[in-house]
Design a protein around this ligand. Structure first.
Ligand code: PGA
Length: 232
């Protein structure tokens, strides 16, 4: 599984529902002109919209993620993009249960678990997004986990810090991640996300409990995103 290669830190760009195809191409052009890769130090994962997966698939020294997946296998589910299709497009990872999916699309713990299962079946690593108040219930809904090494990453994202410019303070992040870890499988990897910028990334990357960062707004600027990676 991709995450068992144990890079020092994961840095994930979540482009959300931004970027037309020309905008994605422009991002890739700028980023590839400055990013030389950080083998063994950082795993850089890019999560564009479905419509731009084929553009990001070609970016050297990075891994590809989708932002969502169908909870169903291939079949008569109009509008759904399934895990097998993601695999075919080169995705190694996929976000599931982002708080925006929960808020705007009514996604539940059991739907998130079904999505994770579809991904596991295709050997795609789910990045399960969590907030503190439901982390335990969401992790319980994921069980039973497949055979170890279990292909799962978690991202702790306090909803009040997402897109607000107010990241949670690092000491609190460390406490909550350690708390969440009690409910996860042993040695699980947990990222932090919420208003990360090049100016604050180092404070989080230096925490041993934080396996990496999930970056939204700041990832839309390739220079800023590269500067975040360089904080490792
Ligand atoms: P933000 O988003 O960096 O804009 O706060 C993070 C996320 O939603 O993953």
């Amino acid at each position: 599984m991709p995450q068992t290669k144990s890079p020092t830190k994961f840095i994930v760009a979540n482009f959300k529902s931004h970027q037309t195809t020309p905008e994605a191409e422009e991002w890739v052009k700028k980023f590839t002109s400055i990013f030389q890769g950080k083998p063994g130090v950082a795993a850089v994962i890019l999560a564009p919209s479905f419509s731009n997966l084929h553009i990001y698939e070609t970016v050297q020294y990075t891994l590809l993620a989708a932002q969502d997946v169908s909870p169903f296998p291939p079949g008569a589910y109009t509008g759904a993009v399934n895990a097998r299709q993601l695999k075919d497009l080169g995705a190694n990872y996929c976000l599931v249960g982002h708080s925006e999916r929960r808020q705007w699309f009514g996604e539940t713990h059991s739907q998130v678990a079904r999505k994770a299962r579809e991904l596991w079946d295709q050997k795609i690593c789910p990045i399960v997004c969590l907030d503190q108040d439901y982390a335990r219930d969401q992790i319980a809904a994921l069980e039973p986990f497949p055979e170890p090494p279990t292909p799962v990453l978690y991202a702790y994202e306090p909803v009040e810090s997402i897109g607000t410019g107010h990241p949670q303070n690092p000491a609190e992040v460390e406490n909550i991640i350690n708390d969440i870890r009690r409910f996860t499988e042993k040695n699980s990897l947990i990222l932090y996300g919420g208003s990360i910028t090049a100016n604050n990334a180092k404070q989080y990357l230096s925490l041993t409990s934080v396996a990496g960062l999930l970056v939204g707004t700041a990832s839309l600027d390739p220079n800023e995103f590269n500067a975040i990676i360089n904080q490792i």
